[in-house]
Design a protein around this ligand. Sequence first.
Ligand code: FUB
Length: 324
Amino acid sequence: MAHEPLVTHIYTADPSAHAFEGKIYVYPSHDRETDIQFNDNGDQYDMVDYHVLSLEEIGGKVTDHGVALKADDVPWVSKQLWAPDAAFINGKYHLYFPARDKEGIFRIGVAVSDKPEGPFTPDPEPIQGSYSIDPASFVDDDGQAYLYFGGIWGGQLQCWSTGKFEDSQSGPHEPKGTDVPALLPRVGKLSPDGHQFAAGVQEVQIVDDAGKLLVADDHDGRFFEAAWMHKYKGKYYFSYSTGDTHYIAYAVGDNPLGPFTYGGRILEPVVGWTTHHSIVEFKGKWYLFYHDSSLSKGASHLRSVKVREIVYDEDGKIALAEKQ
Ligand code: FUB
Protein backbone atom coordinates (compact mmCIF):
# COMPACT_ATOMS: atom_id res chain seq x y z
CA MET A 1 0.00 0.00 0.00
CA ALA A 2 1.45 3.38 -0.99
CA HIS A 3 1.32 5.85 1.87
CA GLU A 4 -0.43 8.57 -0.07
CA PRO A 5 -2.89 11.16 1.27
CA LEU A 6 -6.47 9.97 1.31
CA VAL A 7 -7.46 13.20 -0.43
CA THR A 8 -5.47 16.03 -2.00
CA HIS A 9 -8.19 18.58 -2.87
CA ILE A 10 -8.23 19.79 0.76
CA TYR A 11 -5.80 19.47 3.67
CA THR A 12 -6.98 17.10 6.41
CA ALA A 13 -5.52 16.23 9.83
CA ASP A 14 -6.21 14.52 13.17
CA PRO A 15 -8.15 11.60 11.64
CA SER A 16 -10.67 9.76 13.80
CA ALA A 17 -11.74 6.68 11.87
CA HIS A 18 -14.69 4.42 12.61
CA ALA A 19 -16.42 1.50 10.92
CA PHE A 20 -20.04 2.64 10.54
CA GLU A 21 -22.68 1.02 8.31
CA GLY A 22 -20.15 -1.23 6.55
CA LYS A 23 -17.79 1.61 5.54
CA ILE A 24 -14.91 3.52 7.08
CA TYR A 25 -15.85 7.07 8.04
CA VAL A 26 -13.02 9.47 8.82
CA TYR A 27 -13.60 12.57 10.92
CA PRO A 28 -10.59 14.86 10.36
CA SER A 29 -9.73 18.47 11.07
CA HIS A 30 -9.87 20.60 7.90
CA ASP A 31 -6.58 22.52 7.70
CA ARG A 32 -6.47 25.77 5.75
CA GLU A 33 -3.98 28.40 4.69
CA THR A 34 -3.80 31.48 6.92
CA ASP A 35 -1.29 34.30 7.39
CA ILE A 36 -1.27 33.76 11.18
CA GLN A 37 2.23 33.65 12.72
CA PHE A 38 3.34 30.26 14.03
CA ASN A 39 3.63 29.99 17.83
CA ASP A 40 3.60 27.35 20.58
CA ASN A 41 0.00 28.30 21.31
CA GLY A 42 -1.05 26.79 17.98
CA ASP A 43 -2.75 29.95 16.67
CA GLN A 44 -1.77 28.89 13.13
CA TYR A 45 -4.24 25.97 13.36
CA ASP A 46 -7.20 28.20 12.56
CA MET A 47 -9.78 25.82 11.16
CA VAL A 48 -13.38 26.88 10.54
CA ASP A 49 -15.26 23.74 9.50
CA TYR A 50 -15.27 19.95 9.31
CA HIS A 51 -15.61 17.63 6.32
CA VAL A 52 -16.34 13.91 6.72
CA LEU A 53 -14.65 11.36 4.43
CA SER A 54 -15.75 7.78 3.73
CA LEU A 55 -14.21 4.71 2.07
CA GLU A 56 -15.78 1.40 1.15
CA GLU A 57 -12.37 -0.28 0.97
CA ILE A 58 -8.99 0.67 2.40
CA GLY A 59 -7.03 1.96 -0.59
CA GLY A 60 -10.27 2.52 -2.55
CA LYS A 61 -12.14 5.63 -3.64
CA VAL A 62 -12.56 8.27 -0.94
CA THR A 63 -15.76 10.33 -0.81
CA ASP A 64 -15.69 13.83 0.66
CA HIS A 65 -19.19 14.45 1.99
CA GLY A 66 -18.65 18.21 2.15
CA VAL A 67 -19.10 20.53 5.13
CA ALA A 68 -20.57 18.60 8.07
CA LEU A 69 -20.36 21.42 10.63
CA LYS A 70 -18.97 24.95 10.61
CA ALA A 71 -17.85 27.28 13.40
CA ASP A 72 -20.41 29.93 12.43
CA ASP A 73 -23.21 27.45 13.25
CA VAL A 74 -22.08 26.90 16.86
CA PRO A 75 -23.22 29.71 19.19
CA TRP A 76 -20.50 29.23 21.82
CA VAL A 77 -17.51 28.96 19.45
CA SER A 78 -15.13 31.84 18.68
CA LYS A 79 -12.49 30.01 16.61
CA GLN A 80 -10.23 26.99 16.02
CA LEU A 81 -12.19 23.83 15.30
CA TRP A 82 -9.51 21.29 16.26
CA ALA A 83 -9.39 17.48 16.25
CA PRO A 84 -12.90 15.92 16.33
CA ASP A 85 -14.25 12.41 16.85
CA ALA A 86 -17.59 10.68 16.34
CA ALA A 87 -19.60 7.97 18.08
CA PHE A 88 -22.89 6.15 17.46
CA ILE A 89 -24.83 6.51 20.70
CA ASN A 90 -28.54 6.07 21.40
CA GLY A 91 -29.39 5.71 17.70
CA LYS A 92 -27.64 8.94 16.59
CA TYR A 93 -24.22 9.92 15.32
CA HIS A 94 -22.50 12.30 17.72
CA LEU A 95 -19.64 14.55 16.59
CA TYR A 96 -17.42 15.66 19.48
CA PHE A 97 -15.25 18.69 18.72
CA PRO A 98 -12.99 21.13 20.58
CA ALA A 99 -12.96 24.86 19.92
CA ARG A 100 -12.21 28.08 21.74
CA ASP A 101 -15.23 29.67 23.38
CA LYS A 102 -15.85 33.44 23.35
CA GLU A 103 -13.34 33.84 26.21
CA GLY A 104 -10.61 31.97 24.34
CA ILE A 105 -10.91 28.84 26.50
CA PHE A 106 -10.97 25.48 24.72
CA ARG A 107 -14.17 23.53 25.41
CA ILE A 108 -15.66 20.41 23.86
CA GLY A 109 -18.95 20.52 22.02
CA VAL A 110 -21.28 17.88 20.64
CA ALA A 111 -23.36 17.91 17.47
CA VAL A 112 -25.80 15.23 16.31
CA SER A 113 -26.95 13.69 13.03
CA ASP A 114 -29.00 10.72 11.84
CA LYS A 115 -26.25 9.95 9.28
CA PRO A 116 -22.55 9.25 9.85
CA GLU A 117 -21.57 11.92 7.31
CA GLY A 118 -23.77 14.61 8.87
CA PRO A 119 -24.63 17.43 8.56
CA PHE A 120 -24.47 17.73 12.35
CA THR A 121 -26.67 19.96 14.51
CA PRO A 122 -24.69 21.39 17.45
CA ASP A 123 -25.88 21.78 21.03
CA PRO A 124 -26.01 25.49 21.90
CA GLU A 125 -23.54 25.10 24.80
CA PRO A 126 -20.36 23.04 25.21
CA ILE A 127 -20.46 19.87 27.29
CA GLN A 128 -20.65 20.94 30.94
CA GLY A 129 -17.32 20.45 32.70
CA SER A 130 -15.42 20.00 29.42
CA TYR A 131 -12.10 21.66 28.74
CA SER A 132 -8.94 21.32 26.64
CA ILE A 133 -8.87 19.53 23.25
CA ASP A 134 -8.78 16.31 21.24
CA PRO A 135 -11.92 14.46 22.35
CA ALA A 136 -11.83 10.73 21.57
CA SER A 137 -14.97 8.70 22.14
CA PHE A 138 -15.14 5.00 22.84
CA VAL A 139 -18.26 2.84 23.19
CA ASP A 140 -17.56 -0.35 25.12
CA ASP A 141 -19.23 -3.70 24.44
CA ASP A 142 -21.71 -3.04 27.28
CA GLY A 143 -22.87 0.18 25.56
CA GLN A 144 -21.22 2.57 28.02
CA ALA A 145 -19.59 5.47 26.15
CA TYR A 146 -16.48 7.29 27.34
CA LEU A 147 -14.84 10.55 26.24
CA TYR A 148 -11.06 10.92 26.57
CA PHE A 149 -9.50 14.34 26.03
CA GLY A 150 -6.61 16.71 26.74
CA GLY A 151 -3.69 18.41 25.08
CA ILE A 152 -0.77 20.46 26.40
CA TRP A 153 0.53 23.91 25.27
CA GLY A 154 -2.14 25.43 22.94
CA GLY A 155 -4.56 22.75 24.13
CA GLN A 156 -4.46 24.34 27.63
CA LEU A 157 -4.43 21.12 29.70
CA GLN A 158 -1.67 22.71 31.82
CA CYS A 159 -4.13 25.51 32.73
CA TRP A 160 -6.44 23.10 34.59
CA SER A 161 -4.14 21.67 37.27
CA THR A 162 -6.19 23.32 40.06
CA GLY A 163 -9.51 22.21 38.57
CA LYS A 164 -10.33 25.70 37.28
CA PHE A 165 -8.86 27.63 34.37
CA GLU A 166 -5.62 29.43 35.33
CA ASP A 167 -4.61 31.57 32.37
CA SER A 168 -1.22 32.36 33.91
CA GLN A 169 -0.26 28.79 33.00
CA SER A 170 -1.09 29.14 29.31
CA GLY A 171 1.64 28.72 26.73
CA PRO A 172 4.26 25.98 26.79
CA HIS A 173 4.39 25.65 30.60
CA GLU A 174 4.14 22.16 31.94
CA PRO A 175 5.61 20.20 34.83
CA LYS A 176 9.33 19.44 34.60
CA GLY A 177 11.50 16.90 36.38
CA THR A 178 12.40 13.26 36.66
CA ASP A 179 10.49 12.91 39.94
CA VAL A 180 7.40 14.94 38.96
CA PRO A 181 4.43 13.09 37.42
CA ALA A 182 3.59 14.10 33.87
CA LEU A 183 0.35 15.89 33.10
CA LEU A 184 -2.35 13.30 32.56
CA PRO A 185 -5.13 13.12 29.98
CA ARG A 186 -8.71 13.01 31.20
CA VAL A 187 -11.68 10.69 30.75
CA GLY A 188 -15.34 10.84 31.67
CA LYS A 189 -18.24 8.43 31.21
CA LEU A 190 -20.84 9.92 28.88
CA SER A 191 -24.54 10.12 29.73
CA PRO A 192 -26.81 7.60 27.93
CA ASP A 193 -27.77 10.24 25.32
CA GLY A 194 -24.09 11.17 24.73
CA HIS A 195 -24.63 14.89 25.34
CA GLN A 196 -23.01 15.30 28.77
CA PHE A 197 -20.60 13.64 31.16
CA ALA A 198 -22.53 11.20 33.35
CA ALA A 199 -20.58 12.37 36.41
CA GLY A 200 -17.24 14.16 36.59
CA VAL A 201 -14.02 13.55 34.70
CA GLN A 202 -10.90 11.91 36.05
CA GLU A 203 -7.22 11.58 35.17
CA VAL A 204 -6.05 8.74 32.93
CA GLN A 205 -3.06 7.15 34.62
CA ILE A 206 -0.19 6.00 32.38
CA VAL A 207 2.32 3.93 34.36
CA ASP A 208 5.52 2.01 33.75
CA ASP A 209 6.00 -1.75 34.25
CA ALA A 210 6.50 -1.13 37.98
CA GLY A 211 3.18 0.69 38.24
CA LYS A 212 4.81 4.14 38.67
CA LEU A 213 3.30 7.12 36.87
CA LEU A 214 5.37 8.28 33.90
CA VAL A 215 7.25 11.44 34.84
CA ALA A 216 7.26 14.88 33.24
CA ASP A 217 10.77 14.56 31.81
CA ASP A 218 9.97 11.25 30.12
CA HIS A 219 9.38 13.09 26.87
CA ASP A 220 9.53 9.89 24.81
CA GLY A 221 6.75 8.24 26.78
CA ARG A 222 4.48 10.70 28.48
CA PHE A 223 1.19 12.06 27.16
CA PHE A 224 1.02 15.30 25.16
CA GLU A 225 -2.22 15.19 23.10
CA ALA A 226 -4.22 13.10 20.60
CA ALA A 227 -5.86 10.48 22.86
CA TRP A 228 -7.40 7.38 21.30
CA MET A 229 -8.98 4.25 22.77
CA HIS A 230 -9.54 0.87 21.15
CA LYS A 231 -10.13 -2.63 22.46
CA TYR A 232 -8.25 -5.71 21.27
CA LYS A 233 -8.80 -9.19 22.70
CA GLY A 234 -10.42 -7.80 25.84
CA LYS A 235 -7.62 -5.32 26.60
CA TYR A 236 -8.02 -1.54 26.47
CA TYR A 237 -5.38 0.26 24.40
CA PHE A 238 -4.94 3.97 25.18
CA SER A 239 -2.78 5.60 22.49
CA TYR A 240 -1.55 9.17 22.20
CA SER A 241 1.01 11.61 20.85
CA THR A 242 4.12 12.35 22.89
CA GLY A 243 4.13 15.86 21.43
CA ASP A 244 7.54 17.47 21.27
CA THR A 245 9.17 14.07 20.67
CA HIS A 246 6.50 13.32 18.03
CA TYR A 247 5.84 9.62 18.67
CA ILE A 248 2.51 7.82 18.66
CA ALA A 249 2.75 5.63 21.76
CA TYR A 250 0.33 3.28 23.50
CA ALA A 251 -0.43 1.88 26.93
CA VAL A 252 -2.58 -1.13 27.83
CA GLY A 253 -5.06 -1.73 30.65
CA ASP A 254 -7.88 -3.95 31.89
CA ASN A 255 -10.38 -1.14 32.43
CA PRO A 256 -11.41 1.74 30.13
CA LEU A 257 -10.74 4.17 32.99
CA GLY A 258 -7.20 2.89 33.44
CA PRO A 259 -4.56 2.62 34.70
CA PHE A 260 -2.67 1.85 31.48
CA THR A 261 0.82 0.39 31.35
CA TYR A 262 3.13 1.91 28.76
CA GLY A 263 3.54 -0.56 25.89
CA GLY A 264 5.73 1.09 23.25
CA ARG A 265 5.61 3.16 20.08
CA ILE A 266 3.45 2.64 17.02
CA LEU A 267 4.65 5.46 14.78
CA GLU A 268 7.93 7.36 14.53
CA PRO A 269 7.89 11.14 13.90
CA VAL A 270 6.23 12.17 10.64
CA VAL A 271 6.94 15.16 8.37
CA GLY A 272 5.53 18.20 10.21
CA TRP A 273 5.38 19.18 13.88
CA THR A 274 2.19 17.44 15.04
CA THR A 275 1.32 13.78 14.99
CA HIS A 276 -2.18 12.44 15.60
CA HIS A 277 -3.89 9.16 14.81
CA SER A 278 -6.73 6.71 15.30
CA ILE A 279 -6.90 2.90 15.24
CA VAL A 280 -9.81 0.95 13.77
CA GLU A 281 -10.67 -2.63 12.81
CA PHE A 282 -12.22 -3.09 9.37
CA LYS A 283 -12.97 -6.37 7.61
CA GLY A 284 -10.71 -8.35 9.92
CA LYS A 285 -7.65 -6.10 9.69
CA TRP A 286 -6.46 -3.25 11.87
CA TYR A 287 -5.50 0.17 10.56
CA LEU A 288 -3.69 3.26 11.81
CA PHE A 289 -5.00 6.51 10.39
CA TYR A 290 -2.52 9.38 10.85
CA HIS A 291 -1.40 12.58 9.18
CA ASP A 292 1.76 14.20 7.91
CA SER A 293 2.78 17.38 6.10
CA SER A 294 4.52 15.83 3.11
CA LEU A 295 1.93 17.11 0.58
CA SER A 296 2.46 20.70 1.78
CA LYS A 297 6.24 20.13 1.75
CA GLY A 298 6.52 20.38 5.53
CA ALA A 299 4.05 23.17 6.38
CA SER A 300 3.07 22.02 9.87
CA HIS A 301 -0.43 23.52 9.73
CA LEU A 302 -1.26 21.95 6.33
CA ARG A 303 -1.51 18.21 6.88
CA SER A 304 -2.90 15.22 5.00
CA VAL A 305 -4.53 12.07 6.36
CA LYS A 306 -3.00 8.70 5.46
CA VAL A 307 -3.59 5.09 6.50
CA ARG A 308 -1.36 2.08 7.23
CA GLU A 309 -2.09 -1.44 8.41
CA ILE A 310 -0.96 -2.47 11.88
CA VAL A 311 -0.48 -5.93 13.37
CA TYR A 312 -0.30 -7.41 16.88
CA ASP A 313 2.18 -9.99 18.05
CA GLU A 314 1.20 -12.86 20.37
CA ASP A 315 1.78 -10.62 23.41
CA GLY A 316 -0.57 -7.97 22.01
CA LYS A 317 2.23 -5.58 21.09
CA ILE A 318 1.48 -3.33 18.12
CA ALA A 319 3.70 -2.81 15.06
CA LEU A 320 3.25 -1.35 11.59
CA ALA A 321 2.56 -4.14 9.08
CA GLU A 322 5.18 -2.64 6.75
CA LYS A 323 8.12 -0.92 8.38
CA GLN A 324 8.64 1.62 5.57
O1 FUB B 1 -5.16 20.20 14.62
C1 FUB B 1 -4.92 21.01 15.75
C2 FUB B 1 -4.16 20.26 16.79
O2 FUB B 1 -2.93 19.79 16.27
C3 FUB B 1 -4.83 19.01 17.29
O3 FUB B 1 -5.90 19.23 18.15
C4 FUB B 1 -3.66 18.32 17.90
O4 FUB B 1 -3.87 16.98 18.21
C5 FUB B 1 -2.61 18.53 16.83
O5 FUB B 1 -2.69 17.56 15.82
